[in-house]
Design a protein around this ligand. Structure first.
Ligand SMILES: Cc1ncc(COP(=O)(O)O)c(C=O)c1O
Length: 407
């Protein structure tokens, strides 16, 4: 196993200084940093192989296509998809949810049907369902939270009924850190004949995910949160569903035949990939998956767990600091908190002066903040390359924030 120092050396940005101090990057739930292997894969594509995919018979196009489709195969293996045809490239998790909402949802939902989501969703898994239920006349329902930041699963019997067509839920909350019992929730959805969509934006980067073991119908995630580039995301879907679903967007590449009186669609996965895709980004994501596989996702999960446990122990000692969400055993790497009456933006600004990058705001999850009666929180979020020393610096800086601004 590589040392943490060697792993950190793989990430050029982690050598940076901010305001004369070493960068402590604790905003990984927003986006992760990228290792050299990813930067080099993208650089190699642009320098040596840049061409459009699927179209040319010339060498460059064939090389680009091989790299692009090779990444699909590696990503399929990473999540244990039965076939790479079930891995559809999108720009991000948000686009993947929208793909399901506009293709499956618009085609399927009708008045009387229900879509069930939860109060701990990122806006990416709320707003598309608000738009689609409004257009189809279906009803949107929510699983509420309890004060510990866990889902009220005791209410699931009432909320999940034969009217539910889809249960869409987050595997790991980007604010509360809560890890939901995904396989159990999928089984509960299937038990009433509903489909299950899993938002894996925070789980796929941080722990082993096996779509066959989870038995989910859809899984969405973003490349940029798992060492890959922005502009790369994935929708995994059950094959027979994807086969039946109409295209999301029309254009080049997604068709088999276009005539003036109509068109026929391409086969999976290309039916859902209209236009020139994000070729370099997908190749970069393939390299990111190789990198993560090299480290081992079990190892990454354990490392992060140790960091979070330590962070929570230390943070609880800061005067006035209140952590949102459950204890370390039930959560992943995101730790959102409030610090007395101090505005989270002020906290984040003072931390930035110390070289520490955290996030402040509602983290695209306003319903969670509404539940706690607050407008915003500060959030430190960890990845395997973070260190215990960075957590010590965070805690020292927060003590300073409290002593300067604390009321
Ligand atoms: C849980 C969760 N779902 C969805 C998203 C949306 O990801 P993206 O903005 O990459 O589409 C995020 C991003 O923070 C997230 O944390």
């Amino acid at each position: 196993m590589k040392s943490i120092e060697a792993i950190r050396a793989d990430f050029p940005i982690l050598q940076r200084e901010i305001n004369g101090l070493p960068l402590a990057y604790l905003d990984n739930a927003a986006t992760s940093q990228k290792p050299l292997a990813v930067l080099q894969a993208m650089d190699d594509y642009y320098r040596l192989r840049n061409a459009n995919v699927h179209r040319g018979v010339h060498t460059l196009s064939e090389e680009a296509t091989t790299l692009y489709e090779g990444a699909r195969g590696r990503i399929a293996r990473f999540i244990n998809a039965p076939s790479s045809k079930q891995v559809i490239f999108t720009r991000n998790a948000t686009e993947a949810v929208n793909l399901v909402a506009y293709s499956w949802g618009l085609d399927t939902l009708k008045p009387g049907d229900e879509v069930l989501i939860t109060q701990m969703e990122h806006h990416a898994n709320i707003v598309p369902w608000q738009l689609i239920t409004e257009r189809t006349g279906a009803t949107l329902r929510y699983v509420p939270l309890d004060p510990q930041g866990m889902l009220r699963l005791d209410l699931l019997n009432e909320l999940l009924t034969e009217r539910t067509r889809l249960f869409a839920f987050v595997a790991m909350s980007n604010v509360l850190g809560t890890i939901n019992p995904v396989a159990e929730l999928v089984a509960r959805a299937h038990g009433v004949g509903a489909l299950a969509l899993v938002d894996g934006a925070q789980s796929v980067p941080h722990l082993p995910v096996d779509v066959q073991a989870l038995n989910c119908d859809f899984l969405v995630f973003s490349g940029h949160k798992m060492c890959g580039p922005t502009g790369s995301g994935v929708l995994y879907g059950r094959r027979e569903l994807l086969e039946r679903m109409p295209p999301f967007m029309g254009g080049g590449d997604m068709i088999r035949e276009v005539r003036l009186d109509g068109s026929r669609w391409n086969t999976l996965p290309w039916k859902f990939e209209a236009g020139t895709p994000a070729i370099a980004e997908v190749i970069g994501l393939g390299a990111a998956v190789d990198y993560l596989t090299g480290l081992g996702m079990e190892w990454a999960q354990q490392r992060e767990h140790a960091l979070v446990r330590y962070a929570m122990e230390q943070l609880e000692r800061v005067e006035g600091l209140r952590i949102l969400g459950p204890g370390p055993e039930q959560r992943g790497g995101a730790v959102a908190f409030t610090l007395g009456e101090i505005h989270p933006h002020d906290t984040a600004a003072i931390l930035d002066a110390e070289g520490i990058a955290i996030r402040a705001g509602h983290h695209c999850a306003q319903p969670i903040h509404d539940f706690y009666g607050i407008a915003a929180s500060a959030r430190a979020s960890f990845y395997f390359y973070n260190t215990f020393e960075e957590i010590d610096r965070l805690v020292m800086a927060l003590d300073k924030v409290h002593s300067v601004l604390g009321i």
